[in-house]
Design a protein around this ligand. Structure first.
Ligand SMILES: Cc1cc2nc3c(=O)[nH]c(=O)nc-3n(C[C@H](O)[C@H](O)[C@H](O)COP(=O)(O)OP(=O)(O)OC[C@H]3O[C@@H](n4cnc5c(N)ncnc54)[C@H](O)[C@@H]3O)c2cc1C
Length: 316
């Protein structure tokens, strides 16, 4: 019997990404590098849109690793590419930035007691100290009052208003087709400083809370008075207040393949507050999973079909 095609390269594949967020776009981009793949992005929201259901435009965004060491794979694999883009591809809208992480004693106590166990950012002796070449612990005289310890390293800042369209452009150059649409079932580029934000699990309010906004502004100008030329909150020139949801999922990110009604679906959703900083690591896994799925023996000679699912589960 003639054997079935063994690799994705021999097969014309048809992939539909149901997402134009950073996860779906990065997956579509990496998949589209393989010329045998035909990729269509069908999404309700596209870069340029602002909607509470669309997380990606609202992100800061920067790279401050959040994973704990055992689940650090996605962020670890993503960092070299984001760093390369910052150094070599100015049109991607990513630039290097010195970052500081301050650890307050009251948070460290909770961390030592097992709280915030999901969050690796504020851990002492973090796994990511070897990720950033210039990572260093801050000396006591460098710490603001009320801060027990801290670290400094060169990270990146991603201008999402430039980066998402750049990703679209890379996809388009590889032949990806974009269609706006809602699948019922699975079968203002301005430069400025972002102050924020909050972490409120279960909070779905789409309008900014003026009290929270004021607290954020006060704390920011206290810590960095130059933001407002030393004039306090009154000295800030606020362009807009924004609210975005981090697509958190109980149990963590869902990154796996599943066959639904005869169609292979690769799930890649639930990245909470780290969708950008884990985007390439996760998208590489999507490519692996797509490869596995599409190379499974099949009887019909019709092109293989694949869907990428972004459906986030509600926070309970
Ligand atoms: C205030 C804030 C700050 C953040 N800061 C950072 C940061 O510093 N670093 C970082 O890495 N991350 C950060 N994040 C998190 C990051 O924004 C998210 O993890 C990321 O954007 C999630 O991307 P996504 O592609 O999974 O989802 P989304 O961006 O929400 O995209 C989902 C896509 O799926 C489409 N879609 C969904 N359902 C359907 C359907 N049924 N039919 C058709 N289309 C559908 C939508 O239209 C959209 O195109 C931040 C988030 C917020 C809110």
């Amino acid at each position: 019997m003639k054997s079935q095609p063994e690799t994705i390269h021999e097969l014309k594949t048809n992939t539909i990404s149901q997402s134009a967020g950073v996860s779906g776009l990065t997956s579509a981009y990496l998949l589209s590098k393989e010329s045998a793949n035909t990729i269509t992005v069908v999404a309700k929201h596209m870069p340029g849109d602002y909607d509470i259901e669309y997380a990606s435009p609202w992100a800061g965004a920067n790279v401050l690793p959040m994973a704990t060491k055992p689940s650090s794979r996605w962020e670890r694999q993503t960092w070299p590419e984001l760093k390369r883009l910052a150094e070599e591809v100015p049109e991607a809208g990513i630039h290097k930035m010195k970052s500081r992480v301050y650890r307050r004693e009251k948070d460290l106590e909770k961390l030592r007691g097992g709280e915030y166990a999901f969050d690796g950012l504020f851990k002492e002796d973090p796994w990511y100290k070897t990720l950033f070449e210039d990572f260093r612990e801050l000396s006591k005289d460098e710490l603001p009052s009320g801060v027990a310890s801290g670290a400094e390293f060169t990270s990146v800042c991603i201008n999402t208003m430039l980066y998402l369209p750049w990703l679209v452009g890379k996809c388009r150059a590889n032949g990806v087709v974009f269609k706006r649409g809602v699948l019922q079932h699975i079968s203002e580029a301005a430069a400025g400083t972002i102050l924020g934000g909050t972490y409120q699990k279960g909070q779905w309010e789409s309008q900014a809370d003026p009290n929270t906004a004021l607290r954020i502004m006060k704390r920011a100008v206290e810590m960095v008075p130059e933001l407002a030329d030393g004039k306090g909150v009154q000295g800030l020139d606020v362009v807009r207040h924004g609210v975005g949801l981090r697509p958190y999922r109980n149990g963590g990110v869902r990154l796996e393949k599943e066959k639904i009604g005869g169609t292979w679906v690769v799930h890649n959703y639930g990245h909470a507050g780290w969708g950008y900083q884990g985007s390439y690591g996760c998208a590489e896994r999507v490519v692996e999973l797509a490869d596995e799925a599409l190379n499974q023996p099949k009887l019909a000679s019709a092109p293989n079909e694949l869907k990428l699912s972004p459906i986030a589960e509600p926070i309970k």
